[in-house]
Design a protein around this ligand. Structure first.
Ligand code: OGA
Ligand code: MN
Length: 218
């Protein structure tokens, strides 16, 4: 991988901030650098091949449980172990700075995991945080698969926060595509995939607490 640290373009940052303000979600193509996507994809596939992934659960802390009928991915939390991870986290740090500058969101941390969805798996409709417990403020998803075809499935569908049955957008999980939305507002799901599907889901967090309890990072 080249040594240049890939940044998000200034026009991407402007479009993203505008879209979040206007409708609560943003989708872009070619947002994440192609070489970086490839390095991240290689890293994820390597982990999958040597079974160094963990099954993803739902809920946090005591309420955490494995529910393959709700969510079928395996994950690995980013830990800055590779150059590719550090570059991706660097780009997200720039995005965090821009969100704080433009929207005064007071975001203070970013957590993210690789996600691998094997053929036949999905993630049912959900939100990424709950009102009043909104440590996760902004959700992000970066897609890593090159050459994703229309018959391959695995799209992420976004729904209207006011009418959860109304689809508002559909994202093909193609390398370079990037989605960003308000974590406690926008219901979304991952449709069943026919091919191994690779993404990085991440969340900008605020240091809010409820009754003095701060959500654990993961
Ligand atoms: C999630 C999620 C979407 C995707 O991990 O919470 O909604 O497209 N992921 O990977
Ligand atoms: Mn989600």
């Amino acid at each position: 991988m080249s040594l240049a640290i890939p940044s998000l373009s200034p026009s991407t940052l402007t479009d993203l901030v505008d879209a979040l303000v206007e409708r609560g979600w943003y989708l872009g193509e070619g947002v994440i650098d192609a070489t970086l996507c490839q390095a991240l994809h290689d890293e994820l596939r390597e982990r999958v091949a040597c079974q160094a992934m963990q099954a993803a659960g739902i809920g946090r802390g005591e309420a955490h449980s494995l529910r393959r009928d709700i969510r079928g991915d395996t994950i690995h939390w980013l830990d800055r172990a590779t150059t590719a991870q550090r570059h991706y986290l660097g780009a997200m740090a720039e995005l965090q700075q821009e969100l704080n500058r433009a929207l005064y969101l007071g975001l203070f941390e970013f957590e993210a995991h690789f996600a691998h969805y094997g053929p036949g798996t999905f993630y049912r409709k959900h939100r990424d945080s709950f009102r009043g417990r909104a440590n996760r403020v902004i959700s992000t998803v970066a897609y890593l698969n090159p050459d994703w075809g229309p018959a391959d499935g695995g799209e992420m569908v976004l729904y209207d926060p006011e009418d959860e049955s109304r689809e508002v957008a559909r994202v093909r999980p193609e390398a370079g595509n990037f989605a960003c939305f308000l974590a406690d507002r926008v219901p979304h799901e991952v449709l069943p995939t026919t091919r191994p599907r690779a993404s990085i889901a991440g969340w900008f967090r605020r240091n809010a607490s409820l009754n003095g309890i701060i959500d654990p990072a993961h």
